[in-house]
Design a binder for this molecule. Structure first.
Ligand code: SF4
Length: 288
């Protein structure tokens, strides 16, 4: 039924995954190997409906649905509306439908289109921000500037769709660690997403970034430098609205979770404790 590899956000672990697209429409980020094996395509409405019919026969109760793969929001609005309508009829018990949306695919939609998708059950969009620094975004070939990322976030929020974003600690390397942390904190403050996940960079083979590391054109951060960067990032998130903050992915050296701004100081203190008491090294020694 699925075309592997298949990815979904950690918070969608109990969701029914409907693979509406294959791969990622961008597929050029220098650090990402997720969809290198796939040529991007959108499945036909018939195939998608057949998949849903198949799952309806298997599962009695479907609470949540995640539309995969990497950028299902790129599906033309007319078709996406039909998918949402069909899902709503077939799984009336489903309380939320979510998907990944690249900044480009969000900006291709109009405000009215996003509102229509919301009305048909699209509850949340996951967007990879990675960094708020334009220099870093260019280096990693994100395909979007910090301004475009912010505009995309504003569009999602204006349509009353929940916004969940991820950023990557260490993605600027040693050279851009500080600017990455500061600019990302500032961008997140302006976006005020509902959820923020901080991952730590894992260098994966078969990526352009890996080749840069091998050629010594990119220096990975040590555990200690990574924590210092995450602390700087949190220090630069200044907002009044609540952001559910998670830094508890398997890639993270220290697990942090809380709400910003109310848990900001406690999380900074937690990072300071680990920097002070753990024998963290300044030399990179575990991710390559
Ligand atoms: S947009 Fe996301 S899935 Fe696509 S290449 Fe970049 S990181 Fe990978």
């Amino acid at each position: 039924m699925y075309d592997y590899p298949l990815y979904r956000p950690p918070s969608e672990s109990n969701s029914l995954i409907i693979q509406a697209t294959l791969g990622c429409s961008h597929n050029k980020c220098s650090f990402c190997s997720m969809y290198k094996s796939k040529k991007f395509s959108i499945k036909s409405l018939e195939e998608i409906k057949n998949d849903m019919n198949h799952f309806r026969k298997i599962y009695e109760h479907v609470e949540k649905i995640f539309l995969a793969d990497g950028d299902a929001l790129i599906i033309p609005t007319k078709d996406l509306k039909e998918i949402l309508m069909y899902a709503g009829k077939l799984f009336p018990e489903c309380s939320r439908i979510t998907l990944y949306g690249s900044p480009k695919s969000i900006l291709l939609k109009t405000h009215q289109e996003l509102e229509e998708l919301k009305a048909l059950g699209l509850s949340m969009i996951y967007m990879g921000v990675e960094s708020g620094s334009d220099e870093v975004l260019k280096d990693i070939n994100k395909g979007a500037s910090s301004e475009e990322l912010l505009n995309a976030a504003v569009m999602v929020k204006n349509a009353n769709i929940l916004l969940s974003v991820t950023v990557i600690a260490g993605i600027g390397g040693r050279k851009n660690s500080k600017i990455h942390a500061v600019k990302t904190g500032e961008l997140i403050s302006n976006m005020a997403p509902d959820y923020l996940g901080v991952l730590s960079l894992m260098a994966e083979e078969e990526t352009d970034l890996y080749n840069k590391i091998v050629k010594k054109e990119f220096q990975l951060l040590s555990d200690k430098e990574m924590l210092i960067e995450i602390k700087l990032l949190i220090e630069h998130i200044n907002i009044e609205e609540t952001i559910v903050f998670r830094c508890n992915h398997a890639s993270n050296y220290v697990s942090l979770r809380g709400d910003l701004p109310c848990d900001k100081e406690a999380m900074i203190n937690q990072i300071d404790y680990h920097i002070e008491h753990n024998k963290l090294k300044y030399e990179y020694d575990r991710r390559l």
